[in-house]
Ligand binder design. Sequence first.
Ligand code: FEO
Length: 171
Amino acid sequence: MLDRKMLAALNDQVNAELYSAYLYLAMSAHFESMGLPGFASWMKVQAQEEMVHAMKFFNFILDRGGKADLAAIEKPKGTWKSASEMFGDALAHEEYITKRIHDLVALAAKVNDKATESFLQWYVDEQVEEEKSATDMLQKTKMVEKAPGALYFVDREAATRVFTMPAGVTI
Ligand code: FEO
């Protein structure tokens, strides 16, 4: 049985992960409008990964006998000045999500919920990757932004990213 505060925090995190998907979809749409389909595709893959993150929390709540409680998803920002500004926002968002995950781990420890602590370890590791991939894209786009030809090649490279469903997840 989940602790009441733990359940509420896990439900909040479902919302935060769905918002992440929404934010990256908004970025994908904006990249399309900038004529950068590779980055748009990269962001769409990112949004799919966020759906997986949300569904893993959702399924875990149900597996533990909790009630999933879905709140409204905040409207994300819709326009950015440049590719690097978008990846800068993506990195800041991932750092925020990392902090949220670490706070969840602290709460699970406080309420002595070993199962939730163990479940959250996947997210602790995943956030290292999330921050790394946003940082890599930020560095690349910053480097080439003043050279449209080079930006074109980075955009093409970004298009090669594909979504892979992690084992054992259904959405
Ligand atoms: Fe679900 Fe990008 O963290």
